[in-house]
Write a protein that binds this ligand. Structure first.
Ligand code: ATP
Ligand code: MG
Length: 220
């Protein structure tokens, strides 16, 4: 009997159309195993962010399905999807999407509070990650006064803090200078390994992709 590697998240025959005549991709198949680190590359506009949204159930495909541990995301109830997203997924969006009325520390605490952790534990975890990302001087600052790179690192901390099973990261180091980018990626990869989380990361950098286990190239 052939043995199949275990699968955590899988896109099966996925097709996405963004206008009546434009398909971003057709019959796309990709999977990621538990704890695996997969880079997603491809030219700008090819559909990487769209694929990430589909993989998280934030968008619906025209054809095909996304399976999390064998369960079809689209077939779950809204409540089921919501609780799954809160517990299983961590996101780093391309545009950060930090909450403007919360400071850096509060932004990072949110996923823990949603997951039901005690306030003090959420604060402790958030502070630890912010420190690891060299953000201690801005923990009480609001997103509007943070630099792009600082916002990106806060978004990274927020994606990791509730110890999800899979982190979906859309160019998580794209706004950082090379040295900070290297450090942030090191922390992201190391934290995922320590927590046993899988990582699906969009990147334009061949060097960053090479630090992950495998690369999937999306072509138009
Ligand atoms: N809801 C939508 N309606 C119409 N077009 C869309 C929609 N969502 C995405 N697109 C188009 O689909 C294409 C892919 O977008 P996407 O953001 O996924 O690209 P990307 O590969 O992430 O690019 P980049 O590397 O620049 O971030 C773009 O041309 C975009 O304009
Ligand atoms: Mg994108």
């Amino acid at each position: 009997m052939p043995s199949h590697p275990p699968v955590l998240l899988k896109a099966e025959g996925l097709s996405k159309r963004v206008s009546p005549e434009r398909w971003l991709f057709r019959d796309l198949n990709v999977s990621i195993g538990p704890g695996e680190q997969l880079a997603l590359r491809g030219a700008s506009g090819v559909g990487k962010s769209t694929l990430l949204n589909l993989m998280a159930g934030l968008d619906l495909p025209e054809e095909g399905r996304v399976l999390l541990k064998g369960k079809d995301l689209a077939a779950m109830t809204k409540d089921g999807q919501l609780s799954l997203r809160r517990s299983t997924f961590g996101f780093v969006f391309q545009a950060f999407h930090l909450m403007p009325h919360l400071n850096a520390l509060q932004n990072v605490m949110v996923p823990c509070l949603l997951a039901g952790l005690a306030f003090s534990q959420a604060q402790e975890r958030a502070e630890r990650l912010l420190e690891a990302l060299e953000l201690t001087t801005v923990t009480r600052s609001f997103p509007s006064v943070l630099s792009g790179g600082e916002q990106q690192r806060v978004a990274l901390a927020r994606a990791l803090v509730h110890q999800p099973e899979i982190v979906l990261a859309d160019e998580p180091t794209g706004n950082l200078d090379p040295e900070t980018a290297h450090k942030a990626l090191t922390l992201l990869c190391r934290t995922c390994r320590e927590q046993g989380a899988a990582l699906l990361m969009v990147t334009h950098s061949a060097e960053s992709a090479a630090r992950l286990d495998r690369t999937f190239v999306l072509t138009g």
